[in-house]
Design a protein around this ligand. Structure first.
Ligand SMILES: [Fe+2]
Length: 277
């Protein structure tokens, strides 16, 4: 089943049973975080298999930590490859960030310094990941709250990495909005300067404004109208790709989640005219 022009949902154990036993929430596909499922058997493996049987699957890794100075963890990659094969994953992505260093797990997605050295280092690792997994990967623009000794703008850094690695991009529109607000740049100019023809799929999410200067990327609130507007403006510049609604905290009733999925699907249908007749 094609996922282009479809709106999907990130799978959460919090709503697994309700989701599988009703058709209140009707996504076009489901995204799994492999790390939350690898090695799991019994009850939860059965739930996972039920989802795989019913929906196309995309996967998004949380622990790749591609920006770490350390070498790739080949045991981790073997597990990921097996999982992607098991669930017949159609598209795979991870963050352009780092989360561990020298075996210390930092439990946060931290920005990679926007430098030439870092771009070369990360691109070389992404190439090896793609070769090993034998499929293209999308790297996600992350939200961040401070930069470390930048030599270039974030958008230039992203372009360099994608070009050198010859990989795809996962465009998180909410992350662009959050970063543009916090770091005071123009979100539309940033998106215009991205390689939009390389976008594999899109993330959309809610955030929390904690004061007049700062937004936190929480994935715990509904999407706000300016992010819907930025999404509509962005997808008009692109060919149809899948769009994922991320909701990781304060998970509402399924009907409310379906409301956001429908709102996104309405915009997608209007702009990409993919509505099924
Ligand atoms: Fe995201």
């Amino acid at each position: 089943m094609s996922v282009e022009g479809k709106v999907g949902i990130g799978f959460r154990r919090d709503f697994a049973t309700n989701f599988l036993n009703s058709d209140v929430l009707k996504p076009g596909f489901v995204e799994f975080a492999p790390e939350n499922w690898i090695g799991m058997g019994g009850y939860w493996r059965k739930k996972l298999e039920a989802v795989v049987e019913k929906y196309p699957i995309l996967c998004h890794s949380l622990s790749m930590s591609i920006g770490s100075p350390d070498d790739l963890d080949m045991n981790y990659l073997k597990d990921i490859k097996q999982f992607l094969d098991d669930v017949n994953c159609q598209m795979y992505s991870f963050h352009l960030s780092f989360a561990k260093c020298d075996n210390a797990h930092l439990y946060e997605l931290l920005p990679i310094p926007f430098t030439e050295d870092a771009a070369n280092h990360v691109a070389e690792k992404i190439k090896r990941v793609q070769d090993f997994l034998n499929r293209p990967v999308g790297i996600e623009n992350s939200s961040y709250y401070a930069t470390a000794i930048p030599e270039m703008e974030e958008v230039e850094f992203i372009n360099k990495v994608i070009e050198k690695a010859d990989c795809k991009m996962l465009l998180d529109v909410n992350n662009v909005y959050v970063n543009a607000f916090n770091h005071k740049y123009d979100a539309k100019k940033f998106i215009n300067d991205l390689p939009l023809e390389k976008v594999l799929y899109i993330h959309m999410a809610g955030h929390l404004q904690v004061n007049e200067d700062t937004i936190i990327d929480t994935h715990g609130e509904p999407i706000i109208d300016p992010v819907f507007d930025l999404f509509e403006w962005t997808i008009a510049k692109m060919k149809p790709v899948p769009v994922l609604l991320e909701r990781d905290f304060n998970i509402p009733k399924l009907a409310e989640l379906q409301g956001e999925v429908s709102q996104l699907q309405g915009i997608v249908n209007k702009v990409w005219q993919t509505v099924e007749k």
